[in-house]
Design a binder for this molecule. Structure first.
Ligand SMILES: Nc1ncnc2c1ncn2[C@@H]1O[C@H](COP(=O)(O)OP(=O)(O)O)[C@@H](O)[C@H]1O
Ligand SMILES: [Mg+2]
Length: 302
C-alpha cells in the first residue's frame, strides 16, 4: 500500500508547573496508524476531552513535535522546521478544519478575504478571475457559492454556514487529507448531521480523506470507515468502524457506547460523572496493556 500518512509510535508529553518540576502530562502515548494514498477514507479518532486528540492532530500538522516516534506524510517526515516552500507544499496536501469557526474568522474581516488569501498563497493565482473561480469552486463543494458569502462577516452567518466556509477554505488547494478537529461541536445540533454528511460527500465525490476527530459516537457511526478510540493518550481499540461501534471489545469502548445509548444521557456527548469512576477502573484493570491484533483487523488493548 502506498501511504499517504504514517504515524509510527508517536508520543508527546508536556512538562507541567515550571522548569524544575517533574510533573509530566502524557498527552499522547505510542500511537500508530497509517492511511493509504490509494483509497480515500474517513478515519475517526474518538475520545473524551483530554484524551490527546488535539495534540495528535497538531503533531500530524507539524505544529507540535513528538517526543518519540515519527510521522510521515507523502513519504516525507513531518516537522516543525520545514522551509517556507516545503511548508506550502505540505499545506496544499493537508489542511486543518478547527472546532470553532467563530474563532477561525476575525469578526472585523469579510469571510471571503480568507478564501482569497488562501487561493493566493497556496495556489499562487494572481488574476482576480482565477482567484474568484478557485473560491467559487471550493464553495460549491460545500453547497455554497461565492455570491452567497461575498462581503459577509462571520456574525452574519450561522455556525453551520461558517463551518462550511471554513471547510471550503481548506478545500481550495484540493488537499488529499483534511484533519477536522471536532468540526461540529460548536454547530447547532440540527445542522450537525449536514456537516458530517458533507465530509462523507467529500470522500465519495472528490476522493478527499478525512481524519475526523470527535467525542460523538453517533456521528462517527454514520461516516467512519475506521475508528480509533483513545483513553488518556492511549489507543484502546482501533479498526473497522461498524463492528467496533456495534460490538466494542475494550471495557472503555463499551462504556462509551453504553453511555451514549442510555436514555438518561440522551443528547449527552460525553461520559456522566458516575461513569467516570468506572472508566478509570476499566483503565486500571486493563493496566496500560498492549494493543493486540484480533480478528477482522481489529486492535484491542488487553
Ligand atoms: N500545550 C500544552 N501544555 C500542557 N499540557 C497540554 C498542552 N496541550 C495539551 N495538554 C494536555 O494534554 C492532554 C491532552 O490534551 P488534548 O490533546 O487537548 O486532548 P483532547 O483534544 O482529546 O481534548 C490534556 O491533559 C491537556 O491538558
Ligand atoms: Mg481537542
Amino acid at each position: 500500500m502506498k501511504e499517504l500518512l504514517n504515524v509510527a509510535g508517536v508520543s508527546k508529553h508536556f512538562a507541567m508547573g515550571g522548569l524544575f518540576s517533574r510533573d509530566v502530562v502524557h498527552a499522547v502515548s505510542d500511537v500508530s496508524f497509517a492511511l493509504s494514498a490509494d483509497t480515500a477514507e474517513i478515519f475517526t479518532i474518538i475520545g473524551e476531552s483530554g484524551s490527546g486528540k488535539t495534540t495528535l492532530a497538531r503533531m500530524i500538522l507539524g505544529l507540535e513535535t513528538p517526543n518519540s516516534g515519527a510521522i510521515t506524510f507523502d513519504g516525507q517526515e513531518v516537522s516543525d522546521s520545514l522551509s517556507r516552500s516545503q511548508r506550502l507544499a505540505f499545506m496544499k496536501r493537508l489542511q486543518p478544519v478547527f472546532q470553532n469557526p467563530f474563532e477561525a474568522f476575525n469578526p472585523l474581516k469579510q469571510v471571503d478575504g480568507y478564501l482569497r488569501s488562501t487561493a493566493q498563497t497556496l495556489l499562487g493565482v494572481t488574476e482576480p478571475d482565477q482567484i474568484d473561480a478557485a473560491m467559487d469552486s471550493a464553495l460549491q463543494k460545500v453547497g455554497l457559492s461565492l455570491r452567497e458569502i461575498a462581503g459577509r462577516y462571520a456574525h452574519e452567518l450561522s455556525g453551520g454556514q461558517l463551518q462550511r466556509v471554513a471547510i471550503a477554505r481548506a478545500l481550495i488547494p484540493e488537499p488529499a487529507l483534511l484533519i477536522a478537529d471536532e468540526p461540529v461541536s460548536m454547530v447547532d445540533a440540527s445542522l450537525r448531521m449536514s456537516i458530517v454528511n458533507l465530509l462523507r460527500d467529500l470522500r465519495d465525490t472528490f476522493g478527499v480523506s478525512v481524519i475526523y476527530i470527535t467525542h460523538d459516537l453517533a456521528t462517527a457511526y454514520y461516516i467512519s470507515d475506521r475508528i480509533m478510540i483513545m483513553q488518556q493518550g492511549h489507543v484502546v481499540e482501533m479498526g473497522p468502524a461498524k463492528p467496533i461501534l456495534e460490538q466494542p471489545e475494550h471495557p472503555y469502548s463499551q462504556l462509551l457506547k453504553a453511555s451514549v445509548l442510555s436514555t438518561e444521557n440522551a443528547g449527552q456527548t460525553s461520559l456522566q460523572p458516575a461513569d467516570r469512576g468506572i472508566a478509570q477502573a476499566a483503565w486500571e484493570q486493563a493496566g496500560a496493556g498492549h494493543l493486540l491484533e484480533g480478528e477482522g483487523g481489529r486492535w484491542v488493548r488487553r
